[in-house]
Design a protein around this ligand. Sequence first.
Ligand SMILES: Cc1cc2nc3c(=O)[nH]c(=O)nc-3n(C[C@H](O)[C@H](O)[C@H](O)COP(=O)(O)O)c2cc1C
Length: 494
Amino acid sequence: MNSNDTVFTEQLLPCGKTIPNRLVKVAMYEHLSSILGGPPNDFHYELYSAWSKHDWGMIMTGNVQVSKQHLTLGRDMVVPKVLTNQTIQPFQQLAQVIHGDQHSHSLAIMQLSHAGRQSSNILGGRLPFVSPLGPSAVRFGHSKRNEGVISNIFHRLLFQTPKAMSSADIDNVVSEFVRGASLALQSGFDGVQLHVAHGSQFLSPKSNTRTDEYSYHSLLLLSRIVNAIREVVPRDFVLGIKFNTSDYSLFEESEAKVAQEERALTHLRQVASWRTVDFIEISGGDYENPEFMLSSSSATSAKNPRQAFFAHFSSKLMKELSSVTSSDQCAPLILLTGGLRSPAHLYTALRNENAHLLGIGRASVLCPNLPTVLKRRRAAEADLSSDVTPFKPEPDLRFWPSGREPWRCIRRFFPKVKLIGAGVGMAWYVVMIRRLAKEHIRRPDYSIGGLGAMTKMWVWIDAPELQQTKAIYVLILGLVWYLYLGSSMLFDSY
Ligand SMILES: Cc1cc2nc3c(=O)[nH]c(=O)nc-3n(C[C@H](O)[C@H](O)[C@H](O)COP(=O)(O)O)c2cc1C
């Protein structure tokens, strides 16, 4: 390999830890824990071993929820309420798996998250009609109320109006994140990433309508969490954040895009000035408007197929930070994620100074050995910046099977709900993640369509809780039998 290869050069983080190369397997919710959340299990260990064998610079876990009452889709990993040898052990095992045989020295990073108002009903870990906590009482999907009746009903069924956090609730969230960071530290992770993207609720004017100091100082909660974590971890513990460029798009409908960008940049300049953050991942969108789940063929990237989704913003940020913090060892590195699918995407992003680190989500599922594949292509070809062949083809993720008449009719009457689109995309990758975890099958199954993926995601017969207690099977069978008997008696009586 060329010794000047820009992708495979070491990167020094402000905390003093070194990343062996720029390739980062970013956070992806695995959907592998027990229903209603829990520790990592054998499925996670198998899954992460598929990545740890292949020289990723950094490997991040999917979001680990700091609150068991604020899960996303129910099978999240969760920070235990009390840290003991016993509760830490499964996370220790996960960190060991990610570190692998130490041949590659990939850094293991735990992503910490609080789903807040995006925590769904029931699956989110609360009893029915118990509200999640959020910055303000603004229901998720509120801004979609003009998108038609079906979309409105859909959002209302899935999400409840949150309860605005009191200052005691906020203090509690800060300590939950600190417990998460302590868990990561004690179990041998190299650091944590705070999930402040995809609906980062205190930063976004969509969800934060407070009138206290958390409104006019919207970084206050984040700065409190960062400072509180820094107080309990050693200096060389990695602390990153995942940041959302699109949270700024609704400050004022009339505001020019340039002004919105300027607000986001101002926030990130502030974060950089804290000198306590090691890297900032740039992403965009939320589950109301899931830009981060675009496929390469869709809008942004179609204009320039070699452009990552958020490259424009990240390159501005790179310039800003290098002019403000030139030669400052404490300036955070910029991690660009979204749409990096081929060698050309990677090398062009570096050549254009869009980022220091390259975040790869879906392509890491399609191609867990991506660093190895890249090295192989590098050995065979001089200029990878013109190699636009994707590491693996992307799936066609239409919800309804295309073409056939009955589907065509249903499609026409079914309105477009963006969340369903994102859900289908996510479901397909979740099913592929499960294949990787269960059978180490690296060949994605492109025959599974959107509807099939949704079904397979939710009907999982060897789920951890079902393995633990066969009684649940018996219970379900009993229930089905009871319903069958009940309905036949009903019909008999006529
Ligand atoms: C199945 C799936 C699960 C995801 N889970 C998370 C998550 O837990 N935390 C997070 O920050 N982003 C999550 N994302 C978003 C990815 O980290 C990434 O930002 C997005 O997929 C865009 O990058 P890509 O184009 O390389 O896939 C998830 C994406 C997918 C497909």
